[in-house]
Write a protein of this length. Structure first.
Length: 265
């Protein structure tokens, strides 16, 4: 039964992912047509320049401006937070302990987080994922605060606590060029590969261990019957899958923004 509950809970996420990929493919096609009709225009006119900045430059106003340039728009489709995305070919100084905790705070308490928690709660309640919560409005409240707690714990583990302990950079650096499948593969691969604070590449313990720790901590406030390896594993894998979907959105958002909204957002 646990497997079928997981499959039912995943349908909404699969639909969102399919819609996102369709939108990305459309944006890619529009961009290709626009670039093909412009003579003498480079294939990637919007690619940002390589920026050089170092931790010692933080007191320099110019370097602060460069840090801002390295980040993309704050939201995707006016809804989803995009605080951790960094444009392609951008070099930024490592995040401090305070910076990492601030990123987790932004993602956890952004208004969209409460909206997404509501959607997840509705799907879970419709599938009666936790019968102990009951039915009706009170049950939805129980589903809701559990979803909020799950998101918050996962964000702080993957974006602040584990990255600090492992000296990893929790930001997502876009590839910014190539075809749909290449960039999608890159976005998904960032679930396993990430940058260190010093700029190297390493196994993404922040994502893997962080989400696992978040799922384990959540067992402390779920009913005792639900504290099983299966349920914990479901929450762990679901969160990693959602992070993969959002990596894809972050990768292609600049293209969508340019093709559909002409870079206004």
């Amino acid at each position: 039964m646990s497997f079928w509950n997981l499959l039912a809970d995943s349908r909404a996420y699969i639909a969102v992912a399919a819609f996102a990929l369709l939108l990305l493919a459309s944006a890619q096609q529009v961009l290709a047509q626009q670039q093909g009709s412009s003579e003498g225009v480079p294939s990637h006119p919007q690619d940002p320049p390589v920026l050089e900045s170092h931790p010692s430059d933080k007191t320099n106003p110019d370097s602060v401006q460069k840090d801002d340039d390295g980040k993309q728009s704050k939201r995707i489709l006016w809804i989803f937070p995009n605080y951790r995305a960094v444009s392609a070919n951008t070099q930024l100084p490592p995040l401090s302990l305070r910076d990492k905790f601030w990123l987790a705070t932004q993602d956890s308490f952004d208004y969209s987080s409460f909206v997404s928690a509501g959607l997840i709660s509705g799907v879970s309640q419709a599938n009666n994922s936790y019968p102990e919560f009951g039915h009706g409005g009170k049950a939805f409240g129980r589903y809701y605060w559990h979803a909020v707690a799950d998101q918050t714990g996962g964000n702080y583990m993957t974006e602040a606590i584990v990255p600090t302990l492992t000296h990893q950079d929790p930001r997502y650096y876009t590839l910014g060029h190539g075809g749909l499948f290449k960039r999608t593969g890159y976005a998904v691969s960032r679930l396993l590969v990430t940058r260190t604070d010093s700029g190297g590449r390493t196994l993404n313990l922040s994502e893997i261990v962080g989400n696992g720790a978040g799922a384990g901590i959540s067992d402390t406030y779920y009913p005792s019957r639900e504290r099983t390896w299966t349920k914990t594993g479901q929450k762990w894998l679901t969160q990693i899958a959602l992070d993969g979907v959002f990596n894809i959105l972050k990768e292609f958002w600049p293209d969508i923004n340019q093709a559909v909204f002409h870079g206004k957002y």
